[in-house]
Design a protein around this ligand. Sequence first.
Ligand code: FEO
Ligand code: CA
Ligand code: CA
Ligand code: CA
Length: 613
Amino acid sequence: PGTTVSSLLAAFPRSIPTHSHDYVTVMDGYVVRAILPWGDPLLDFSASWRPDASASAEEQARQIGDNHDGMHFFPFGPNVYDQGLLALNHEYTNYEYLFGKEYTEPWTREKAMKAINAHGVSIVHLQRDGQSGWRPVIPSRYNRRITGDTPMVLTGPAAGHPLLRTSADPTGTQVRGTLNNCANGFTPWGTYLTCEENFNGYFGGGSTDPLHQRYGIGKDNGYRWYEVIERFDLRREPNEPNRFGWVVEIDPFDPQSTPKKRTALGRFKHENAAVTIAPDGRVVVYMGDDERYEYLYRFVSHGRYDPGNPAANRDLLDSGDLYVARFTADPTPDGQRFRGQWILLDKERNPLLAAEARLPTQADVLIHARLAGDVVGATKMDRPEWVAIHPHRREVYVTLTNNNRRKASEVDAANPRAENLWGQILRWQENGGDPRVDEFSWDLFVLAGNPLVYPRGDARAGSAAITKDNLFNSPDGLGFDAAGRLWILTDGSYSNAGPYQGMGNNQMLVADPDAGLIRRFLVGPSGCEITGLTWSNDGRTMFVNVQHPGEAEGHPRAPALPAGQDLATYLAAHPTAFSEWPHSQFRELGGGRPRSATLVIERADGAPVFAAR
Ligand code: FEO
Ligand code: CA
Ligand code: CA
Ligand code: CA
């Protein structure tokens, strides 16, 4: 494969080596900077970074949030190249870094509010000047923090349903906050979509409700909000978690606008939301539910997108049909691919759902979309993460990041390996290239694996496209640039040992989907995941996020600091739980602890190789 000519990868001629160091490397000929680290001021300069993490909850609400994930760059106009708005997700927070010496004891409402304010979304006005490149404009009327406490509304078919009502909101339409904002989407009418993923972990107190259990709701993940804020206590407010797990639409250009949770898109652990417009103008959104054995979904709007009437597009995501995917092993007539179908999740029109007593109305189908997927026999996938749509031919790609629990008796054509540690990328195309059509054909673009450890031909070695030069595991972020190059971002093991030998830290690769070639472009610092991907509209800049540098593998959140132990002793006991990236590499950014941040990547000669979309 190394000798295959690929014009798409001409500017990316060979993979860079991997490493396990606490810095970012990129391909020769490219330069990288970091901006917007967690805790930097955003609304004004009154709340600046404090290396000892002593910022208050109120200050955190005016600073950049934590754990940067999906993002999108919105230009001010088609011919404006030096300014734009970056909408940026903050997925979660690491308490061992969020708090200073006092760490979690005593646990207070103020500390819970600081954590809540580190979640959500930042809208950042960016400006580029010739000397220093992209930087935030502070203050700017556009800069905004949306947090886990910002008022927003539930809209669409499930809004107001009894399962969405709480004592604070008897209407079932008014919610405070968005949580676990993992990846994202964007619409052609200029709005941002932020997706709520692992929302279940914020609610505690216990639950025996099987509808809660289907979403893993019952025990909190150690955030401890339910101890000090009533709405997170399931014993007091069992419906509050039903108000999370949605796709939220935000108008980045109107700082006064109210974010809208779009219930028509279904409730599950949303990864991202990839939007396209069908030939007849209907809006199609593809969405993954990232958990082992969960499903892939499609939404098709009832209304049609009208590029000439922006106001008419505002609520297109409130009405439409939701579908779930089934991947079969039936070959297509040419024998080249397999067949699949989108199955309609409609209470009236799908007889299996019409007969399902646990889902009495269409609103219940949307609120418990996972259960609806179970009922109709959707294909249980290896953790569907990002979906990306080829810009030229309506082919759709999804990362299936890994599934270490899949048994040999559970493998199928789309999820073909037991104990799948490395993940795969699957692609499909609806028949006729029309994303509204329910029948599609599919194949696997690549199976990640390790040919250093397993012999060729063993499925654990991965596809032929995997070589000793581009080893990776756990593809997660995914995006096409306008030229049709596929960018793959990873969130997996960085142990560099055993089945992961030769893979080093998490990374970003660039692929030619036609030639099937994959080259490693970037390697991240210790303990991070690489995620989030967007481009400036002149194609000169690629923005990529470094999330949770310094996080200890296998301990998404390090064990609590024992009472009476100081932070230095704690960190000595958990050495992998500490890095000083980005300060360790970019000294102009404050240190004291690791900080998620946004990478600004450009070609050293300024050429627009990233080809804006
Ligand atoms: Fe937050 Fe599935 O990644
Ligand atoms: Ca993540
Ligand atoms: Ca992800
Ligand atoms: Ca992931």
